[in-house]
Design a protein around this ligand. Structure first.
Ligand code: IPM
Ligand code: MN
Length: 410
């Protein structure tokens, strides 16, 4: 299926049987985001074709590239579609060279950050799992530095405050047509000349709900590769007040989950331990910018950004996206790895399944994971980032076929 790029909202209905069960809004965004979302949609189609689940896909073109092409980040009314007419949102990638708004903010921030903030998607859930058969490139050569059973953790990044707070609020205000948000002005003793700054507010409320989500997730998992159920609080509380509040809140939440081990780590030391001993980690909770940075680092342990999936979830809404960006260098070349997007679909199905109490969705989520795992462990076609030369489409088609095959055998 090809997505049209003309700035209007396009609706595609793909359903089997007489009912459309779930409304999925697809935001392809910029560059390779468009290609990987085609493969994500292919997985949904495969599920619809082999089960009674029906997905209505509303495709909305958006992002920086779209802004340069049309003068608009997305069509009028798009935010309301995401808020009011979506059971879940799938996002490709946002960000395009040279695409800036008049105020200097990235064009497309309204989409990714506007939705994270506006829909209160406070937990950015980023699994770091090394599938069997995946080679990664720590030393510049493809090798298997860690056995697959050494890397299986989830980082929960706070998604609505911290160092992103101002931009999140400007983006959400713009998405909702509200007045532009500006942080307060301050004087900084000892600094001279032009100064730019970003406040980093951290609230107890925001920390609490993220950390609580982390402990609940740990309770559903089987522990770290060493078999230990543990939540790590990753912060810089030896330096910043925001992190002190984050850690204090963590300690309070930990007391209410006595069956789960609670540990602390400073972010600087954590980056070292993550690379050296990934098997120590099960669930990690951290603040916004730290989570942004360590999940790019962590992706190397799972085969790179082409493997890193994520969920942005709140109490009412969910948006699912690969962690990677729009990769302008590879855009339009049918080259990048669609697995991060396919695993984002897998997270979406699991989240929707739990939320709607729908065992068919839970099963579809497990099947997508199984299809990816089998594809990789059997050494089937992979893209350049995993040492292969397959196209985006070839990998997507093969995994979709496997999803269908597994579902029809059930
Ligand atoms: C991510 C991205 C975004 C972020 C950018 C595109 C604003 O890097 O999802 O990690 O910084 O959160
Ligand atoms: Mn990032």
């Amino acid at each position: 299926m090809q997505y049209p790029h003309d700035g209007r909202i396009h609706v595609g209905v793909f359903s089997r049987g007489s009912m459309v069960d779930y409304r999925i809004t697809v935001l392809p965004g910029d560059g390779t985001g468009r290609e990987v979302m085609t493969e994500a949609a292919r997985i949904l189609d495969a599920i619809s074709e082999s089960t009674n689940l029906g997905f209505e896909q509303t495709i909305i073109q958006c992002g920086g590239q779209h802004y340069l092409e049309t003068g608009q980040v997305w069509a009028e009314g798009s935010y309301a579609v995401c808020r009011d007419e979506s059971d879940a949102i799938l996002l490709g990638a946002i960000g395009w060279p040279g695409a800036k708004l008049e105020n200097g903010d990235m064009a497309g921030g309204e989409v990714i950050l506007g939705l994270r903030s506006g829909l209160d998607l406070y937990a950015n859930v980023r699994p770091i799992k090394l599938y069997e058969g995946v080679k990664h490139k720590i030393h510049g050569n493809f090798s298997q530095q860690w056995a697959p059973d050494k890397v299986d953790l989830v980082v929960l990044r706070e998604n609505t405050e911290g160092l992103y707070h101002s931009l999140l609020h400007r983006s959400a205000a713009s998405a909702q047509g509200l007045a532009e948000y500006e942080p307060p002005e301050l004087e900084f003793p000892g600094l001279h000349g032009e100064v730019a700054w970003d406040p980093r507010p951290i609230s107890k409320f925001g920390s609490h709900r993220l950390i609580e989500t982390g402990f609940r997730l740990a309770g559903r998992r089987n522990g770290n590769p060493d078999g230990e159920t543990v939540v790590h609080c990753v912060d810089k509380s030896n330096v910043t007040r925001g992190c002190q509040l984050f850690r204090k809140t963590f300690d309070e939440v930990a007391l209410t989950h006595p069956e789960i081990k609670a540990e602390h780590a400073y972010i600087d030391a954590f980056t070292m331990w993550l690379v050296r001993n990934p098997e120590w980690f099960d669930v990690v909770v951290t603040t916004n910018m730290f989570g942004d940075i360590v999940t790019d680092l962590g992706s190397v342990l799972q085969g790179g950004m082409g493997m890193a999936a994520s969920a942005n979830v709140g109490d009412e809404h969910g948006m699912f996206e690969p962690v990677h960006g729009s990769a302008p260098k590879y855009a339009g070349q049918n080259k990048v790895n669609p697995i991060a997007s396919i695993l984002s679909v897998q997270q979406m199905l699991g989240w929707l399944g739990r939320r709607k109490n729908d065992e068919a969705l839970n099963n579809a989520s497990r099947v997508v994971d199984q299809a990816v795992a089998e594809h990789l462990s059997e050494g089937k076609q992979v893209t350049y980032d995993l040492g292969g030369s397959a196209t985006t489409e070839a990998v997507g088609v093969a995994i979709a076929a496997r999803v269908k095959a597994i579902l029809s055998e059930q």
